[in-house]
Design a protein around this ligand. Structure first.
Ligand code: HEM
Length: 184
């Protein structure tokens, strides 16, 4: 797959993990911080170009879902787009978490990069997090950072979402990491 997708080319395809994912979050039902192993399925479909005037973007249309194990429903899902601007090296991941959160995370990378970092924050002028009124009051997403590494038929992420939660005096670090292998 080709150059047009730059550092995103290593993400194109269908992906799965075994139960090697690990989520750390505050569980309201258990009233404690839980580390939950998870398995994941993800599809990334290439598209482009999308032109904004002189800007030309190539992207991936993605969906991902994570399960704690034998539960029928995923405990986390995302839909969105990864985007690459070859002229500036800008990489973006725009997605929705169905808790009522939208994220446009961004950064820069070399065309051949096999690892890169994207960031968003609640108050960033460019790469911003949007959230519903309940979350703004009770569990607000202050910032989001994701490190991505691509390899031969595998890719990994390591992400940290800082939450201001009513249950804690200090910002709480909600973390997730996983490695996926190509299945299509
Ligand atoms: C692999 C990725 C992720 C997984 C598996 C995951 C999973 C979870 C879990 C298990 C909870 C605890 C729910 C509960 O039991 O009360 C939670 C809470 C939360 N997550 Fe995530 N999460 C992920 C990514 C994200 C991202 C990227 C954001 C925002 C940018 C986010 C925002 C939140 C918020 C705001 C809460 C708190 C909800 C509340 O306290 O009412 N999560 N997440």
């Amino acid at each position: 797959m080709s150059k047009e997708w730059g550092p995103l080319s290593g993400l194109i395809g269908e992906w799965e993990s075994d139960k090697g994912g690990l989520d750390t979050a505050f569980s309201h039902s258990k009233d404690e911080v839980l580390a939950s192993p998870y398995l994941e399925k993800c599809t990334m479909k290439p598209f482009g170009p999308v032109d904004n005037g002189k800007q030309s973007l190539f992207g991936l249309d993605y969906k991902s879902a994570m399960w704690r194990g034998d539960e029928e429903n995923p405990f986390h899902t995302e839909v969105g787009y990864w985007l690459w601007d070859a002229a500036t090296g800008e990489v973006m991941k725009g997605f929705v978490v169905p808790r009522g959160i939208t994220v446009l995370a961004g950064g820069t990378a070399d065309v051949n990069a096999t690892s890169f970092t994207l960031k968003a924050a609640l108050d960033d002028p460019q790469y911003r997090i949007g959230e519903n009124k309940y979350l703004a009051k009770n569990a607000s997403s202050l910032s989001y950072v994701i490190n991505i590494t691509t390899g031969a038929d595998t890719w990994s992420y390591d992400e940290v979402t800082m939450l201001r939660m009513n249950e804690f005096d200090e910002p709480f670090s909600h973390t997730d990491h996983n490695t996926l292998r190509r299945v299509g």
